[in-house]
Design a protein around this ligand. Sequence first.
Ligand code: GLA
Length: 392
Amino acid sequence: MSLDLATSLSDLAADASAGLKEQFGCDASVVAAAPGRVNLIGEHIDYCDGFVMPFAIDRYIVMAAALNGTGQARVATALGGEPAILELNVPQQVGTPKWANYLRGVFQGFQDRGHHLPGFDAFIISSVPGGAGLSSSAALECCMATLLEGLVDTVLDTKEKALLCQKAEHDFASVPCGIMDQFASAFGKPNRLVLIDCMTGEPEMVPFENPDLTVLIANTMVHHELSDGGYAARRKNTEEGLAAIGKKSWRDATAADVESRWTSMGDPVNRRSRHVVGEIARTIAAAEALAKNDFEALGPLMAASHDSLRDDFEVSCKELDLMVEIARAIGRSGGVIGARMTGGGFGGSTVTLCESRKAEAIAATMAEKYKEATGITPQIFASRPSLGAHLM
Ligand code: GLA
């Protein structure tokens, strides 16, 4: 068995409640869950008015909580260590422990909306692999926001909640991310992809329920630092590219716009720009191909996306390239439809779309060949589109 199985949400909730009881001696009154995400295609274009096509995976962060009658949040995690003690209803500031900054950012978002936050104790448990490009940070933010909805008895509009969480990431983790991760975690639905038009900020729920199709996620288990600076640098490159083209939005830019300014833009802005224009076109084409079950078209689009991220956008790494190469070598005859890196890159995971009846064998080959070449045992699992952030 090479496929890593997901812990059920009810087991995670029971474990989180047991953790709360053990750590703080109280019974949970509110339990919230929020998933990570995988992106099928449309990478590094959510901050370029592009289209992206992620879905919420069945790996969750779950928080169990109870009011504690103080002005503080006391938050413990299954990873151990001292609980974080966080002052509520004061201007939030970046601090330690570092992971709590995501929570501070969400507290600030609620405080900005005029909410008075009641003191609470919480216990956090996660089945979203961390540092794997599967948006564990967005899951943490969306889970905290959902827990607060339960604690203050309010319901935020889903889009507003996702944007509040994105702002938390910008202001408290200094990552100038786009909207994909928080939208996927907040809007996710079983059997639906979250196709997001990042220009209008509107998600469209696209059916993805063919049982013959399986999405394999392969965590390379490597995470290269540089990621944060690398992400911001890429985003800046795309802003320079758009300014050179002189249009208001990447949606109005064409491949010809980039070609005709190739020399004046210079390297790497020209290559970054070629990625953006190409990836927007590929994502639109992929959505059309999926709607028609046209897998012969989908595979090459995923391949072109990976190559562009590797060569033009330079956010891949040798481990991601290797994992994708292994899947590609298995090929259509072995049941692989397409493979590419997923998420921000610089390590993390790949996504492989394949035939369900061959998924086990494909995962086994990927794990074996990757281990042979790197000495690292990857974590490979199948995931279907799942329910987004919710109170349990
Ligand atoms: C990270 C960011 C997203 C998106 C991806 C790349 O996950 O948080 O907003 O830009 O990288 O597609």
